[in-house]
Design a protein around this ligand. Structure first.
Ligand code: PEP
Ligand code: MG
Length: 756
């Protein structure tokens, strides 16, 4: 007898029981009879988790007087062991097992063989299904398989009838009940508390026993086809929307998606009478059990890939396609994901999203920049997170200490609250500095501006007292839109931004899409596979070539700034002619508007981002053409070190305070001496105190940073003597100390300058 037929006979009998209108207890009583008969076992029993222990709920063969009387603690006896470890036991001689616990009231003395499987719901054991036999024989694999399949069906019945403890109750499942601290990499600092919600929600299976096996098979075939299409599409988009070491992950996805073994196993599970959803989950359960026995971190990683993919397949087959954002957040939420794209993050309700924990992630990935702009703490590179976490768990993110606590105890919560309160006090102190102008100790006015990209960000301008918007990332509007934002929508946004900025300057950067900023409506039309999207068809390159895109944006910016000042900046300028060409698009639009007798901006200032190293070599040619440059250290450093900014493996490898970067930046500053242009830094580097100190030492007097950093950086500026740090920096760059970061830290500490 094959596993499928054995399970199939049982399931076809169970099908009627499940569909009948009798109450849950009656169904369980019938289930034990059916299994006992089909597996030719004298005894079949079901134990369910109630008030923290396993209660005998139904039995065939044991004393009926023991039902609802016999209780076993989690970990107690063989049944308790099965629930505790969520594992199967198959023994010829039960009493010989060291964990065997004798319960005289059940009358089980005469039975020798024993097999039991956990009844699992949402990855926790909610009960145990046992069979026992007089003869000392081990059960065959097919019988165990059948038991496991039946246990899945029972899980549905039990859950629907609410026969067991809720998820919040201490379920004694040790590793998932206790509080646990995991370390990660702080991507956006801060503290946050909330309920864990998976970005890709886990699917709850509504029906486990199939009505029509053939129909279920077809559903799985179609879902496989769709999933393969999606994976192929993602692969053709290279790392768009995935980020990190997406490439490697995609290859693994692809391997699994086309793995015949996986498909076959699901098919066999369907043969046994399960629905498509239940069959996918059944196979996944089996793989999980097997994987648990293998202690190999590499394999565990691959297991996560397979989990992702199985979850994707489940979502397709069940039609539950949305992310947690589509479903909407209910309360204070900590979002859990392997990785996220910036557009995906922007879909979330900002009031409820309190923090993000990623299994991957790196400091300058755009999703992190977006989170920083939203003021949401992010902890990245928390390995193995999902094996320790259940959806709905309480989580505390302490990104200041690069850690996350799952299911914190009251003591931990109390300590956290104290720190939270302290943080709020510090924030209030920064807020109180909003009207304080950042003059350095030697009396130089440093310009501390902020980066923005959303309408909502603008409120931070008055809250922080920043000197203006040094970088408005216009692509955010493109990222959150399902289609290309029409001109009127662009005009409205730019106008609103200028209105809320009042007298303070705003520098609009033209769209920088491509790279890790995926825009599906553009990519699908130009689906060329890019090996290195960050160095590919993005930003100005794309905007110039894509007919109408820059033109429409130029017109929108000009119209929105009618009668006011317009500062426009081009991203990823690599050679001076690109700046000329982009400016020319604006000039054509100005000529057009003039002809139409439209009001033009009072003044237009053009600038360029300096983020491609090559541009630094031709500043003598470029500088006379423009009014300002802004150094984008995020991209600049990724190109200087040839280190993908979105690759988590490289996230901590190179230091912004390396002589290579600092010497390069100094060269840029020196090339502009004597010109009238403004030189600013608008990368994330400027928002960190020690790095900002270094920039001041290099002669940078304008910073545009994330709003949360404005207060801390203003405070820093007021403590620094620019001549002193300038001289120190000169010395360090002529003959760099072995560890420049440590040297600078000591230098700052000696002077009572607080660093991060
Ligand atoms: C940069 O590259 O430093 C920058 C500010 O631009 P973005 O992070 O948007 O690429
Ligand atoms: Mg950039």
């Amino acid at each position: 007898m094959s596993a499928a037929t054995s399970a199939r006979t049982i399931l076809s009998r169970l099908h009627e029981v499940m569909a009948s209108r009798i109450h849950a207890q009656g169904k369980l009583d019938q289930v034990v009879q059916i299994i006992g008969e089909e597996l030719d076992s004298e005894v079949c029993s079901i134990y369910l988790l109630r008030e923290g222990s396993l209660e005998l709920f139904a039995t065939r063969g044991l004393n009926q007087t023991a039902v609802h009387v016999t209780r076993l603690g989690i970990g107690e006896g063989l049944t308790g062991q099965i629930a505790d470890h969520v594992e199967t036991l198959n023994l010829a001689e039960a009493a010989a097992h060291p964990d065997f616990a004798h319960r005289p009231e059940t009358g089980e003395d005469m039975y020798h063989s024993f097999a039991g499987v956990p009844i699992v719901r949402r990855q926790r054991a909610i009960g145990v299904l046992n069979v026992q036999h007089v003869d000392p024989r081990k059960y065959e694999d097919v019988e165990i398989e059948a038991l496991q399949t039946v246990a899945m069906v029972l899980a549905e019945l039990i859950d629907n009838a609410e026969l067991v403890d809720g998820e919040d109750a201490g379920d004694g499942q040790g590793n998932l009940a206790e509080s646990l601290k995991l370390d990660g990499l702080a991507l956006v600092k801060g503290l946050a508390s909330g309920t864990a919600v998976y970005h890709q929600p886990r699917i709850t299976i509504e029906q486990t026993v199939a009505d029509d096996i053939e129909a279920e098979r077809q559903r799985v075939y179609r879902a496989f086809d769709r999933m393969r299409e999606q994976i192929d599409h993602m692969t053709s988009q290279a790392e768009f929307g995935i980020g990190g070491d997406g490439e490697e992950v995609l290859q693994t996805y692809k391997m699994f998606a086309y793995d015949e073994g996986w498909g076959r196993r699901i098919n066999e599970a369907i043969d046994s009478g399960l629905t498509a959803e239940a069959a996918i989950e059944r196979v996944q359960q089996r793989t999980r059990m097997r994987m648990r026995e293998i202690d190999d971190p590499l394999l565990r990683d691959r297991m996560h890939d397979l989990e992702d993919l199985a979850n994707r397949l489940l979502r397709i087959v069940s039609g539950q396609l949305g992310t947690a954002a589509t479903k909407g957040l209910r309360g204070d939420t900590i979002l859990i994901a392997r990785n996220l794209g910036p557009a995906e993050l922007l879909e979330y309700d900002k009031r409820r999203l309190k923090g993000v924990v990623l299994e991957e992630g790196s400091l300058t990935a755009h999703v992190v920049i977006v989170a920083r702009a939203m003021g949401i703490p992010v902890l990245g590179q928390v390995g193995g997170l999902r094996s320790h976490l259940r959806e709905g768990d309480h989580i505390l993110i302490d990104a200041d200490r690069a850690a996350v606590t799952l299911r914190p105890s009251q003591t931990i919560i109390d300590t956290f609250e104290t720190r939270f309160a302290k943080n709020r006090k510090r924030q209030a102190a920064y807020a109180a500095m909003r009207d304080v102008e950042p003059f350095s100790r030697d009396g130089t006015r440093v310009h501390v501006m902020m980066n923005a990209g959303l309408r909502d960000d603008m409120s931070a301008l008055s809250l922080t007292g920043a000197d203006g918007i040094g970088l408005f990332r216009t692509e955010f509007q493109f990222l959150v839109s399902a289609t290309m934002p029409a001109r009127d929508r662009q005009v409205r946004l730019y106008r609103d931004v200028l209105d809320s900025a009042g007298d303070k300057p705003v520098i609009f950067r033209t769209v920088d899409i491509g790279g890790d900023k995926a825009v599906p409506y553009l990519n699908s039309e130009h689906a060329i596979r890019e090996e290195n999207p960050a160095m590919g068809w993005r930003a100005l390159r794309l905007a110039m070539e894509r007919k109408g895109l820059l033109k429409a944006q130029a017109r929108s910016l000009l119209e929105a700034s009618a009668g006011r000042n317009l500062n426009v900046m081009f991203p990823m300028v690599s050679e001076p002619w690109e700046f000329d060409a982009a400016k020319c698009v604006f000039e054509e639009q100005i000529a057009f508007l003039k002809k139409q007798k439209k009001v033009l901006p009072d003044q237009i200032r053009y600038g360029a981002m300096l983020e491609v190293p090559a541009l630094a070599e031709v500043l003598d040619i470029l500088v006379p053409k423009l009014s300002f440059i802004s150094i984008g250290t995020n991209d600049l450093t990724q190109f200087l070190f040839a280190a993908d900014r979105a690759n988590p493996k490289l996230a901590e490898r190179y230091d912004w305070l390396s002589p290579a970067i600092l010497r390069f930046l100094r060269r840029i500053v020196q090339s502009t001496i004597g010109s009238q242009i403004d030189v600013a830094v608008c990368g994330e580097m400027g928002g960190r105190r020690l790095e900002a100190l270094a920039l001041l030492g290099l002669g940078i007097r304008r910073l545009s940073i994330t709003p949360a950093a404005v207060g801390p950086i203003k405070e820093l500026v007021r403590k620094v003597d620019l001549t002193e740090i300038g001289e120190a920096m000169n010395g360090w760059l002529i003959s760099p100390p072995e560890d420049l970061r440590a040297t600078m830290l000591a230098w700052a500490e000696e002077r009572g300058i607080e660093t991060d």
